[in-house]
Design a protein around this ligand. Structure first.
Ligand SMILES: [Zn+2]
Ligand SMILES: [Zn+2]
Length: 283
């Protein structure tokens, strides 16, 4: 017996949907063709361009990460330890992937534009699901500035307090650096292979950065998996063990809030998955 009874409803709904698609293919096609198209943002849309304030936040985020990494290296030289800071840096890299997955799951599934603190991020990620390819048109700082600000606020004070701990600084530097650049890794996962630098393709293929095929599965039904966007190393474990679904059940039982992935997704998500070239596997 499933511990997640709500999924019976989803499976039932999916079965009905599949039956309808088989029995009335012409009607299904007609319905899609008559649906109004989403107006794509123009290439010169100012909302996709970086402002100087956004560039400043990305710069302070980068400086914060560099302070952490430099503190780790300088501390390691003074204390003659190397293995521990390198290992803690690797743990930081793994942690960053998990952290982006949990955060992405949260804002994809809960709240709306009026939610305090996270409202604009929720709106942005909802917009990303409606037009996944638009992230490739977004300028660098425009895409990263929110994370730059978060890293500056949270990590800079940590740098000031524990700068003399090289092992801890190795973890903090790698974790915050990977989280800061996670939106760039995410944008690369949406680009076609031919438009990416060969080194990025090699890192994606090696599993160092989140792969295009893995992330594009996130933009396909049932829209409830592959949330991690640094290396994607956690995705299979989290999805195979249905850990986010278990968390959703806990939130539902404790707070009575249903996640969007339980069938209340915006129909634009599905429509875009059918229409967009960037939700198909790139060459
Ligand atoms: Zn998402
Ligand atoms: Zn995406």
């Amino acid at each position: 017996m499933s511990i997640l009874p709500e999924h019976h409803h989803l499976q039932h709904a999916a079965a009905i949907g599949s039956h309808l698609a088989k029995t009335a293919p012409k009607l299904h096609k007609l319905a899609i063709n008559t649906t109004p198209l989403i107006t794509p943002p123009k290439l010169n849309d100012p909302s996709l361009k970086s402002t100087w304030v956004q560039r400043a936040w990305v710069a302070t985020g980068c400086i914060t990460v560099l302070i952490s990494l430099a503190s780790s290296i300088i501390g390691s030289i003074h204390s003659h330890i190397w293995l521990e800071p390198i290992l803690s840096g690797f743990v930081g890299y793994l942690f960053a992937d998990l952290a982006t997955g949990v955060y992405h799951w949260g804002i994809d599934n809960y709240g709306d534009s009026s939610t305090p603190v996270f409202g604009s991020q929720i709106e942005e990620f909802q917009g990303h699901h409606k037009l996944p390819w638009s992230i490739t048109k977004r300028q660098f700082a425009n895409n990263l500035h929110v994370l730059g600000r978060v890293i500056t606020y949270i990590v800079l004070p940590i740098d000031m307090i524990v700068h003399d701990q090289p092992v801890l600084m190795g973890f903090v530097g790698m974790a915050s650096g990977c989280i800061l650049f996670s939106q760039q890794f995410h944008a690369w996962a949406h680009r076609t292979k031919s438009k990416l630098p060969p080194i990025v393709v090699a890192l994606q293929d090696a599993g160092v950065l989140v792969s295009r095929s893995q992330h594009l599965d996130h933009h396909r039904p049932p829209y409830n998996n592959n949330y991690c966007i640094v290396s994607g190393v956690w995705n299979r474990f989290l999805d195979d063990h249905r850990l986010f679904e278990a968390l959703e059940m806990v939130v539902f039982l404790k707070l009575g809030i249903r996640p969007r992935s339980w069938g209340e997704l915006n129909s634009d998500w599905t429509k875009e998955a059918e229409d967009s070239p960037t939700t198909t596997y790139p060459p």
